[in-house]
Ligand binder design. Structure first.
Ligand code: FES
Ligand SMILES: [Fe+2]
Length: 363
């Protein structure tokens, strides 16, 4: 008998075992492109911000030559942290023994170091991290051998520019923090299927997009979401359909593993960022952007609507799933894989779970 066995979802331990999360910090999260911050946070020489990836403290800083560098946030003397939060500094000064570094990472000076025989400051430099500017959004990769983002996410950069022609002028207007008590992969999976949309997101499904047209397809390591927007009389905010050829579309580009660009109808760019904290905690950040960060009541209202509806609805879903994944009674169920894809299919989860598995196995 030719019996086809459906593909089952990943076992609970992938999401609940601290050892798997530790492994991901050495593999999946250390060898992929992760969001650092936005160029508009670094306008002048010496502007910096700190962030972390895979448990590593890092910072980005703009040099006098207007380059943006990314470094591990650790002093090359005896390992104290260099910078906190964000700010501006003409040199990087370590708070422990006051060694200083130029904005390009070279050591500048240290108290009494000249009296040490053989001390050669030209040999000392902060450890740099690979960084890419993706339409003004900065992404870091801890893997010095990492392939460029255009190879990971083919076409995404150009498509984003055609959906949001003003993308290079954008700045952050709203940055909304959403702590979730779940493994980062639970939240990313939830984001990456719309099988639950009609049931769980009535506002999104009736006031923003047409769920019956929703589809998600892999494009390299990008999951591309496409759908039509709701009919104009049902839209929850005003849009100008004439403003751009894609003004009536919704599209998103999820960049494996922890970031997504979304363009709402009307060329409204907003972003999702997941910062994993440990095996059962993640912070999701929702970013809303306008040209030069200009005030916009429409965007402010949209951010509030999103926080109060889709985001709030998702928090309860993902936290319930995390509790369920710990249950002795949970047996991973078959994924719903419709050969024709579409909104009621989990083919995007199949792709994601394959990347999740490969990420920790192949490295
Ligand atoms: S650890 Fe930074 S100056 Fe000593
Ligand atoms: Fe959702």
């Amino acid at each position: 008998m030719n019996e086809i066995k459906p593909l089952r979802s990943l076992e609970g331990r992938f999401y609940t075992d601290p050892a798997i999360y530790e492994r991901e910090c050495q593999t999946t999260l250390a060898k992929t492109w992760q969001y650092a911050g936005h160029v508009s946070q670094l306008k002048k020489a010496g502007d910096y911000f700190t962030f972390s990836i895979a448990g590593e403290d890092l910072f980005c800083i703009r040099t006098k030559e207007s380059e943006i560098n990314c470094f591990y946030n650790v002093c090359q003397h005896r390992a104290h942290q260099l910078l906190k939060g964000e700010g501006n500094s003409s040199v990087v000064v370590c708070p422990y023994h006051a060694w200083t570094y130029e904005l390009d990472g070279r050591m500048r000076a240290g108290p009494n170091t000249k009296s040490t025989p053989g001390f050669d400051k030209s040999q000392i430099c902060l450890t740099s991290v690979k960084l890419e500017d993706f339409n003004g959004f900065l992404f870091a990769n801890l893997d010095p051998e990492a392939k460029p983002m255009d190879e990971w996410f083919p076409g995404a950069r150009q498509e984003l520019t055609s959906f949001v022609p003003q993308i290079d002028e954008l700045e952050i207007l709203e940055w909304v923090e959403i702590p979730e008590k779940c493994n980062w992969k639970v939240s990313v999976e939830n984001y990456s299927e719309c099988y639950h949309c009609s049931l769980c997101h009535p506002t999104f499904a009736t006031g923003v997009v047409k769920p019956e047209t929703y589809d998600i397809q892999p494009q390299g390591y990008c999951l591309r979401h496409t759908t039509e927007c709701q009919s104009m009389e049902r839209m929850t905010y005003p849009i100008d359909l004439e403003s751009n050829e894609h003004a009536g579309e919704y599209s998103s580009w999820f960049l494996w593993p922890t970031f997504s660009f979304q363009v709402y109808p009307g060329n409204v760019l907003n972003t999702y960022l997941w910062r994993p904290l440990d095996h059962e905690n993640v912070v999701a950040w929702r970013g809303w952007h306008t040209v030069r960060g200009e005030e916009s009541q429409v965007i402010r209202d949209l951010a509030v609507q999103d926080r109060e509806t889709t985001v709030e609805e998702d928090i309860h879903l993902v936290e319930s799933v995390q509790r369920g994944l710990k249950s002795r009674g949970y047996v991973p169920g078959p994924l719903v894989l419709d050969p024709n894809s579409g909104v009621k299919s989990e083919h995007s989860i199949k792709a994601l779970q394959q990347w999740m598995r490969e990420g920790i196995e192949d490295n």
